[in-house]
Design a protein. Structure first.
Length: 65
């Protein structure tokens, strides 16, 4: 879906970092390095970014109204 506003486990606001993370990873940077740069130190926040799948565009195709 869309990235959660806050980390589900620790509550740190993370949504504002998602676009930058996505851009840099698409350009070929290592996800670990990008997360270090963005200040995502905790394992919970890092796992959120590594496992997230942006499916909102796919879901929008099936929107009825
Ligand atoms: Zn966290």
């Amino acid at each position: 879906m869309i990235i959660p506003i806050r980390c589900i486990t620790c509550g740190k606001p993370v949504a504002h970092l998602w676009e930058e993370f996505k851009e840099k990873v698409a350009k070929g940077m290592e996800p670990g390095e990008v997360m270090d740069e963005l200040g995502l130190d905790r394992a919970c926040c890092r796992s959120l970014f590594l496992t997230h799948v942006d499916s909102i565009d796919l879901i929008n195709k099936f929107k009825k109204y």
